[in-house]
Design a protein around this ligand. Structure first.
Ligand code: FES
Length: 496
């Protein structure tokens, strides 16, 4: 198979990819968002073809015409790489958007940076505060991954070796990313907003991690943290205001606070549900009269942890399985040989084995085999299926409890927002068909990186807005509900 290069303008990146690789796979890793999840309806993933060839079929041409885009444009979500290409990413030209619509902001002065400090990935965007224009984007893997992909392993490492190394590493990585983004803009920044989960917050700020390591996981340092370039050891940068935004609870970080802002759910009369299937599986439900939020144990399985061949949504992961003319086909990210399965692929795999009648309602493999083959390289074990059931039950029980707290039912939800990179690939119909999140698919919106979107929006707001959202948000401990266990067991069963 041939290799081609994709040049991204104005990022100045050149990425080698295999022939036929969907551009969604390539650009997603560079912070480009796909709000409608690749349906071709929102136009946010538009790219200008500067050089090379991207073939279009009639459906693609029809979508371009509907969006009033001329022949120089393509929708990245409908495009594959079949030659060396150079593309300008339309999204970086746009005024900042949340969901599928632009939001009002009061223009500011100078330069701002929004940062999403994730467990796996770090993403920053440099913003012209007068226009909202995105001037540069940097993404990098979190260097702490060498101490484990999950937060528990990193906390354990910090408890035995001290947190200093973790703190240094993350600050150094961000300093390097800032340096690249600022290369053409000097050394002076006006504002920087950082969001992330509570563990990243503690590591970055240099706080004692121990309170997050044992019950009741009660840290007293969850609030807004103001820092200076000097304290952070960033000698080559002069930033007037650096803020790590506050967490909602011990396991619900400022990434979720930013997600609330990005959806605008705290301002709406109608009820919304925000689900972020990242590390912890956080959920937020409510409207302008108040929000409930909780953290479920649903995250790790969808991030590939605890699944024997599980992996994150990157090259080599089976990301979807669908039926094409009576034949089930696996799609692999990067159009390469499969080496594992990510969260969206896992949902599709469960959907397929239920459709084929290979497992019963309790998840048991009916043939008595210990695993089920998905393709030449990847199988699902009985244990994997159980892990999926536990994650599904945790999420569904969390949603049921928050609905009950709010005194509403599934049908009362006007918007369901699915956040996180995982959401870009998820097949909502398959998810619904296996009884996971028994919610109306037509009200679901894929949000992409809502934490980064919210961080960008915070840049234009007074920091007090964070307090306003926090005051209307109540954190619920799901396990403390008296019938949690019974509800959880009910949700383990697959509905068909
Ligand atoms: S049109 Fe491509 S993600 Fe919406």
């Amino acid at each position: 198979m041939k290799t081609f290069s994709v040049k991204l303008v104005p990022l100045g990146k050149e990425i080698p990819v295999l022939e036929g690789t969907p551009l969604l796979d390539v650009l997603n890793e560079y912070g480009v968002e796909f709000p409608c999840g690749g349906k071709g309806s929102c136009g946010r993933c538009k790219i200008k073809l500067l050089d090379g060839i991207i073939h279009t079929d009639q459906a693609h041409l029809d979508k371009l015409a509907e969006l009033n885009l001329d022949a120089s444009w393509r929708l990245a979500c409908l495009s594959k790489c079949d030659s060396d290409i150079s593309v300008e990413v339309g999204q970086f030209e746009n005024i900042i958007q949340a969901d599928e619509s632009s939001f009002d902001f009061t223009p500011g002065k100078g330069l701002g940076i929004a940062f999403d400090l994730g467990t796996t990935t770090l993403v920053g965007q440099l913003i012209d505060m007068s226009s909202g224009k995105i001037l540069a984007v940097e993404t990098a893997m979190n260097p702490q991954r060498k101490f484990g992909s999950d937060l528990i392993s990193r906390i354990e490492t910090a408890l035995t070796r001290g947190s200093e190394e973790m703190t240094r590493m993350i600050r150094d990585q961000i300093e390097a990313m800032l340096g690249k983004m600022m290369m053409s803009y000097g050394k002076s920044l006006d504002k920087m907003v950082i969001v992330g989960n509570t563990v990243m917050h503690h590591f970055f700020c240099g706080f004692d991690i121990r309170p997050l390591s044992f019950y009741p996981f009660d840290s007293k340092q969850l609030g807004m943290v103001e820092l200076s370039s000097g304290e952070l050891g960033w000698d080559n940068l002069n930033c007037k205001e650096i803020r790590f935004y506050p967490a909602i609870g011990s396991f619900v970080g400022s990434d979720i606070l930013a997600g609330i802002l990005a959806t605008g759910m705290h301002l709406k009369e109608s009820y919304s549900l925000l689900i972020d299937l990242g590390t912890n599986g956080e959920i937020v439900l409510g409207n302008r009269n108040g929000l409930f939020c909780a953290s479920t144990a649903a995250g790790p399985a969808f991030e590939g942890s605890n699944i024997s061949q599980g992996m994150q949504a990157r090259s080599g992961a089976i990301s979807s399985i669908s039926k094409v003319q009576e034949e089930w086909r696996c799609s692999v990210i990067g159009n390469t040989k499969s080496s594992g399965i990510c969260g969206s692929g896992l949902i599709d795999a469960i959907h397929m084995i239920l459709e084929k009648g290979l497992i019963g309602e309790f998840g048991e493999i009916l043939s008595g085999d210990t695993d089920l083959v998905l393709d030449a390289n990847v199988s699902l074990t009985q244990r994997d299926i159980q892990e999926f059931q536990l994650a599904k039950a945790a999420l569904d029980t969390g949603v049921l409890i928050l609905l009950r707290k709010m005194g509403i039912e599934h049908k009362d939800l006007e918007h369901v927002y699915i956040a996180g990179g995982f959401g870009n690939y998820i097949n909502l119909d398959h998810m619904n068909a296996i009884g996971m999140l028994d919610l109306p698919v037509d009200r679901m919106h894929k949000l992409g990186n809502s934490a980064l979107m919210g961080a960008k929006m915070f840049l234009f707001e007074h920091p007090r807005l964070a307090d306003t959202i926090l005051e209307s948000t109540q954190h619920i401990s799901l396990e403390a509900e008296k019938d949690f266990q019974d509800m959880f067991v009910d949700q383990l069963i697959f509905k068909r």
